[in-house]
Design a protein around this ligand. Structure first.
Ligand code: GLA
Length: 407
C-alpha cells in the first residue's frame, strides 16, 4: 500500500498532486478491469425478429406471444432466428423511484412475464431503449437512468438491448453508449448490446469494444431503391453504404444493415433474395421484420435458406467488399472459413444482364485458382467449377449467390 500521509518534508501541494495522480491511475486500472462488454455473445451475427418494421408503435403482448409461437412453428427459430426483440413503445413512464414502467394497456402481464413466455419457447428476449432523454416515439429514454434500467432489464430476464439515439441533445455518442455498456455489465446478466446510432458519428470507428452490433445506416424503407428526405433508404441505398465498411466487422462486433423487409408485401421475390443475400455477405445481423404469424411459404423459404444463412454466420467473420461494378451489375466477394469463398452477383437495373465472369483471381490476400466447386445457394446445386467462367442471365433486381468450395 502506498503511504500518502503528509510528512513535514513533503509540501502539501505536492501531496495533493501525488494523490490526484494515484487516484487517476487507480481509477483507470479499475475502469480497464470492470468496464467491458460481455464477450462471446455474438461470435457470429445475431439473428431474430424485431417488431418495428411491421408494427411500429402498434404492439402489445398478444402480438408478441403469438410471434414467439410463430417463430417456432414456421421453423424460423430452427433456422437460427432466436432473438425476439420488442422495439419502441413498450414503455410508458417512470414510477416514483425512477423505475421504467411498461405500458399496462399494451403489456398488462408485465415484461417479466412476457420474457418468461419468450424464454419458454426457447427464444431470447430483447427490448429497446434510447441513450437520450426520450425514445424516437417520445417514451422515456435511459439518459440518467442507465444503471437503474440495466438492473431492471436483468430482473426481467432481458438478453438483448437495442439502444437508440433520439433526443440526445449534446450528448457524446461514444460516452453515452459506453455508460450503458458499463451499466449492463455491472447488472451482471449477459446482454447483447445493439447500438442504434444510425452511422451518424461513424460507430464502426469506436463501437467495437462497446456493443456487439452497431447500426450503420438510417432506417431501412420498405422498397428496393427509394430514399426519403430524412435519410431513410431502401435495399440498394444500404448496399452502397456498406461498400467500405467490411474492414470494421468481425466476431463480436458487427455492422448492422437494419432489420429485414422480407415478407412485408413490397419487395418482389427476386429483391427479397437479393436483400437476404447481401445482408449475409455483409455479415449483418439478420432480424426478420415481417408478421410471421401470417407468413407465406415463399417468404419462409427465403428467410430460412440455410445455405445463405451459413454465409452470414461464417465463423471467419470477414465481411464482403464490392469487387466489381459493370453498370448495373455488381459482384461482391467474401472469404469464408476453410479457404472457401462466397460471391454475390446482383443486378440493380431494370434490364436483364448477361454474366460471363472468370472467378480465378486474387482479391486482397485471397487467391482463387481453378480448383473450386461453384454452388448456387438459391438453386441449391453445383453449377460448375472455377476452371470455367460463371455464365448466365441475371434478371432485373435478381441475385446469383455462389459458394466456392475447394475440391
Ligand atoms: C429509430 C430506429 C428504428 C426504430 C425506431 C423506433 O428510427 O432507427 O429502427 O427503432 O427508432 O422509434
Amino acid at each position: 500500500m502506498i503511504n500518502l500521509e503528509i510528512s513535514s518534508e513533503f509540501p502539501y501541494p505536492y501531496y495533493c498532486l501525488m494523490k490526484a495522480f494515484f487516484t487517476l491511475v487507480l481509477s483507470l486500472i479499475i475502469g480497464i478491469i470492470h468496464a467491458q462488454k460481455f464477450d462471446d455473445l455474438a461470435k457470429t451475427p445475431p439473428m431474430g425478429w424485431n417488431s418495428w418494421n411491421k408494427f411500429g408503435c402498434d404492439i402489445n403482448e398478444k402480438i408478441i406471444r403469438e410471434m414467439a409461437d410463430a417463430m417456432v412453428s414456421t421453423g424460423l427459430k430452427d433456422a437460427g432466428y432466436d432473438y425476439l426483440v420488442i422495439d419502441d413503445c413498450w414503455q410508458i413512464r417512470r414510477d416514483d423511484n425512477g423505475t421504467i414502467v411498461a405500458d399496462p394497456e399494451r403489456c398488462p402481464s408485465g415484461m417479466k412475464s412476457l420474457g418468461d413466455y419468450i424464454h419458454s419457447k426457447g427464444l431470447k428476449f430483447g427490448i429497446y431503449s434510447d441513450a437520450g432523454t426520450a425514445t424516437c416515439q417520445g417514451r422515456p429514454g435511459s439518459r440518467g437512468y442507465e444503471f437503474q434500467d440495466a438492473r431492471t432489464y436483468a430482473a426481467w430476464g432481458v438478453d438483448y438491448l437495442k439502444y437508440d439515439w433520439c433526443n440526445h441533445g449534446k450528448q457524446n455518442s461514444e460516452a453515452s453508449y459506453t455508460t450503458m455498456r458499463d451499466a449492463l455489465f455491472k447488472a451482471g446478466r449477459p446482454v447483447v448490446f445493439s447500438i442504434c446510432e444510425w452511422g451518424t458519428t461513424k460507430p464502426w470507428e469506436w463501437a467495437r469494444d462497446i456493443g456487439h452490433l452497431s447500426r450503420s445506416t438510417e432506417d431501412i424503407i420498405n422498397c428496393f431503391d427509394c430514399k426519403n428526405y430524412w435519410g431513410g433508404m431502401g435495399v440498394t441505398g444500404i448496399i452502397d453504404l456498406f461498400a467500405d465498411l467490411y474492414k470494421y466487422a468481425g466476431p463480436g462486433h458487427w455492422n448492422d444493415a437494419d432489420m429485414l423487409e422480407i415478407g412485408n408485401g413490397v419487395l418482389i421475390p427476386a429483391e427479397e433474395r437479393l436483400h437476404l443475400s447481401m445482408w449475409a455477405m455483409f455479415a449483418s445481423p439478420l432480424m426478420a421484420g415481417n408478421d410471421i404469424r401470417s407468413v407465406s411459404k415463399e417468404t419462409v423459404s427465403i428467410l430460412t435458406n440455410k445455405e445463405v444463412i451459413a454465409i452470414d454466420q461464417d465463423p471467419l467473420g470477414v465481411a464482403a467488399l464490392r469487387w466489381m461494378q459493370y453498370g448495373d451489375l455488381e459482384i461482391w466477394f467474401r472469404p469464408l472459413e476453410g479457404g472457401n469463398y462466397a460471391f454475390c452477383f446482383i443486378n440493380r437495373g431494370s434490364q436483364p444482364v448477361t454474366l460471363d465472369q472468370d472467378l480465378k483471381t486474387t482479391v486482397r490476400k485471397y487467391a482463387i485458382d481453378a480448383n473450386f466447386m461453384v454452388r448456387d445457394l438459391w438453386k441449391h446445386q453445383e453449377i460448375g467449377t472455377t476452371a470455367e467462367n460463371v455464365k448466365g442471365v441475371l434478371l432485373p433486381h435478381d441475385v446469383l449467390m455462389v459458394k466456392l468450395t475447394k475440391k
